[in-house]
Design a protein around this ligand. Structure first.
Ligand SMILES: N[C@@H](CCC[C@H](N)C(=O)O)C(=O)O
Length: 276
């Protein structure tokens, strides 16, 4: 089975075309492929399929390195768009795709970057413990022996975001792991640690559900933007700097406005899996 290895700001993916070849795998196989010593190594697997709904260009499925299937992936969406465009699966520069959390629209720009309409943030999905969205609201949780204040939002997938003073010293591994599986999050959660530089610049690290800390998280960047905006910390056009590079995230701030994310996507190499 042929695959491509791609990344968006160092958040890396194995991408499989399941339109032109037969693709079968199990959770154990995803975990083995994801292994950085015994497999290909990646944070997420992206499986590109034909659309199931009329008028939509593609469907794609997303699996974390631990094998769990998830609803949304920002960096993955940009890599998906580059993959279908560069492989000639479409010649459209405006691409619609079904994900497990609904249809999203992606725009391939002249400079090769991809702009994604990430949809409207959801402050009260089932996978979050909080039901009533209130402006300025923070929630206090206990994790890893300390009390932390987080904002919670779904970008299709669940995120908890906290503000930190010094991103380099943030306890991402320890607190991220504790919050990822906190009892308040029935479907586990992605955990963002955000340092506000000014109202247009934020530094962010994300402990991802099912993958641990990654070099970048697109939905995490959108979630951080939305939470910090609700807390009055940022404007509506923010550069989010992650360990792997920068994303531009735009949000008008109304609860019904969509989030835009713009950034690069890169092909790394292509291969054939020996054990399929
Ligand atoms: N890296 C992704 C998010 C991937 C899914 C996430 N780990 C989850 O479990 O929801 C991104 O760029 O958004």
């Amino acid at each position: 089975m042929k695959f491509s290895k791609m990344h968006g700001l160092g958040n890396d993916f194995m991408v499989i075309d399941a339109i032109n070849q037969r693709v079968e795998f199990t959770t154990a196989k995803v975990q083995r492929w994801a292994d950085r010593n015994f497999g290909i190594g990646f944070d997420q697997l992206l499986v590109v399929e034909s659309a199931q709904q009329a008028g939509v260009d593609f469907r794609y499925r997303i699996f974390n390195a631990d094998g769990s299937e998830v609803q949304q992936c920002g960096n993955g969406a940009r890599c998906f768009a580059k993959f279908v465009y560069d492989k000639g699966l479409t010649d459209k520069t405006e691409i619609t795709v079904e994900t497990a959390s609904g249809i999203i629209v992606l725009y391939v720009q002249d400079n090769g970057w991809i702009k994604v309409n990430m949809g409207v943030p959801n402050f009260a999905p089932e996978s979050l413990p909080f039901t009533v969205p209130k402006q300025q609201e923070k929630y206090t949780l206990e994790a890893a022996g300390q009390k932390v204040q987080v904002g919670a939002v779904s970008m299709g997938n669940p995120h908890a975001v906290m503000q930190v003073i010094d991103i380099a010293a943030a306890p991402v591994e320890k607190l991220g792991a504790a919050l990822e599986s906190h009892s308040q999050f029935p479907e586990r959660v992605n955990v963002g640690f955000a340092q506000v530089i000014d109202n247009a610049n934020v530094k962010l690290r994300v402990y991802e559900r099912g993958a641990a800390e990654t070099l970048a998280c697109g939905t995490g960047a959108c979630a951080a933007m939305v939470v910090l905006s609700r807390w009055g910390k940022v404007g509506n056009d923010v550069q989010i700097s992650l360990p792997g590079g920068d994303l531009r995230v735009q949000w008008e701030g109304q609860l019904d406005s969509v989030v835009w994310m713009t950034g690069p996507a890169e092909m790394v190499f292509e291969g054939i899996i020996a054990d399929d």
